[in-house]
Design a protein around this ligand. Structure first.
Ligand SMILES: [Zn+2]
Length: 298
């Protein structure tokens, strides 16, 4: 940016005409420097990818430490503009929604957990079934999860029931599962829409690719995939997958334990760095647009 051109004598603003020559030059230099600062701040703001956090829990333990307002402020500071919210119990999600933050989209998912131990046997607990039934009556949820289920447990009649119910009602599932359980779930309700938490976490990438080919309704969420980067840059095999399916991956913080809330800004920086190795349009999709579009938010 050049220094602002000096206006012709008769149209100079008063302050300029009142200044000696040296002052005018100094003024020009300062204005020019300010202009550069402003431009680089604007460029940084433009460069910072907005994020849609597709894996967030505002669990009861975190609620005693962070108020809903503090959570929303953290998202603002971090550039998180949309959130797939799932909390144990669901009150955490309701509290966040009650703030009605105009600049943060909250997509509520029904979590089938009342207390932490439900995670292990929710699919065979009558108490959980009653809780889920009651929560469904709110009519606000866009999906069910995150739930944990592995291997043959996914053949439990209640898992099959939830999968079919989700398909009938157009709800998403958010499953923390191994590939075996995902395939069992999809057999209960072929075509049900499923966000695969952690994209299997350690599922071999050839298997992930095969599943993405076979099941077009799977979306992979990337938290805790320890192999995303190699030597501080995007793993080439991952790059291949993300480029092949740019519409089918989302990022998440997974604040499953309270200390993880202290990592949210680092996680956002990690995703931005990792996605920086992709073309901007693909990076934007994975960082933000996919999450928004899946839920019809843009
Ligand atoms: Zn989680």
């Amino acid at each position: 940016m050049r220094a602002p051109a000096v206006a012709p004598i008769d149209s100079r603003p008063r302050i300029m005409t009142a200044m000696p020559r040296g002052s005018i030059r100094r003024f020009g230099r300062i204005a020019s420097a300010l202009c550069l600062v402003w431009m680089s701040a604007a460029a940084q703001a433009e460069e910072r990818l907005p994020l849609f956090d597709a894996h967030m829990h505002y669990n009861v333990e975190a609620r005693s430490l962070l108020s809903p307002k503090q959570v929303v402020d953290l998202w603002r500071k971090t550039g998180i503009r949309g959130v797939l919210a799932t909390s144990r119990p669901n009150d955490g999600t309701l509290d966040l929604m009650a703030l009605k933050a105009p600049d943060i989209q909250i997509v509520p998912f029904l979590r089938p957990y009342r207390v932490q131990p439900d995670r292990h046997d929710w699919f065979s607990s009558t108490g959980v079934a009653e809780y889920v039934e009651k929560e469904l009556q709110r009519g606000i949820y866009r999906g069910i999860g995150e739930f944990h289920i592995f291997g043959k447990d996914a053949d439990a009649p209640y898992m099959a029931r939830i999968a079919r119910l989700a398909k009938e009602r157009g709800l998403w599932l958010h499953a923390h599962s191994d590939e075996d359980a995902v395939e069992r779930i999809l057999r209960h309700a072929p075509g049900v829409k499923l966000i695969w938490a952690h994209t299997g976490m350690s599922t071999p990438l050839d298997k992930v690719e095969q599943m993405f080919e076979q099941y077009p309704n799977i979306v992979g969420e990337l938290s805790y995939r320890g192999d995303l980067e190699q030597d501080g840059t995007l793993n080439p095999r991952w790059k291949q997958l993300l480029m092949k399916y740019p519409n089918r991956f989302v990022v998440g913080t997974d604040t499953w334990i309270t200390p993880r809330w202290g990592e949210v800004e680092n996680l956002a920086a990690f995703y931005r760095r990792m996605l920086g190795a992709l073309p901007r349009d693909v990076a934007e999709r994975i960082a933000y647009r996919n999450g928004m579009e899946i839920f019809g938010l843009q």
